[in-house]
Write a protein that binds this ligand. Structure first.
Ligand code: ZN
Length: 135
C-alpha cells in the first residue's frame, strides 16, 4: 500500500537515448480516449508504468467539466442538480417521496375499490346469467 512510488523511478526517461530500455522500463505512454456526455473526447496519456487498474475510468472533461468515461457509447451521466444536496433539497426530496407514496396509496386504493366493484359486478352477472340460463 504505502511506498508504491515505483512510477517515479522512470522520471529520468528522456535524458537518455530514445529506445533504451532500462530495468524493463519502457518509455512508452498509454493513451486513452475519454468521452463525456457532451460528445467531447480527449486523449490523455499515462506512463506505461502505470498499472491498467490505476488508469481512471472517469476523468473530468477539460471542455465542459462533466465526467468522461472510456466507453464512447455510454458516457457517465450526472444528475444535473446534485453536486451536493442541501438540507432543503433533502427535505423537498423526502416530501415528494411522501407525496408519491400517498399518490401510490391512493392509486392502490382506487384499484382495489374498482376491483372489488368489478368482482361484485361479476358475481352479480354470474348470478344473473345463471338465473337466465335456468329459465
Ligand atoms: Zn465535455
Amino acid at each position: 500500500m504505502a511506498g508504491n512510488t515505483s512510477a517515479i523511478r522512470g522520471s529520468r526517461v528522456g535524458s537518455g537515448p530514445t529506445g533504451e530500455i532500462d530495468n524493463g522500463y519502457k518509455a512508452e505512454r498509454i493513451q486513452k480516449t475519454y468521452y463525456c456526455f457532451n460528445k467531447h473526447s480527449f486523449s490523455p496519456s499515462f506512463a506505461a508504468s502505470v498499472e491498467p487498474e490505476e488508469i481512471p475510468t472517469e476523468l473530468d472533461c477539460p471542455h465542459c467539466g462533466l465526467p468522461a468515461g472510456l466507453d464512447k457509447d455510454n458516457p457517465p451521466v450526472v444528475a444535473k442538480h446534485e453536486p451536493y444536496k442541501t438540507h432543503l433539497a433533502y427535505v423537498k426530496e423526502r416530501r415528494t417521496e411522501e407525496e408519491a407514496k400517498a399518490l401510490l396509496e391512493e392509486a392502490v386504493a382506487a384499484v382495489r375499490e374498482r376491483r372489488e366493484r368489478l368482482l361484485a359486478d361479476a358475481r352479480a352477472e354470474v348470478k344473473k346469467t345463471t338465473k337466465n340460463s335456468k329459465k
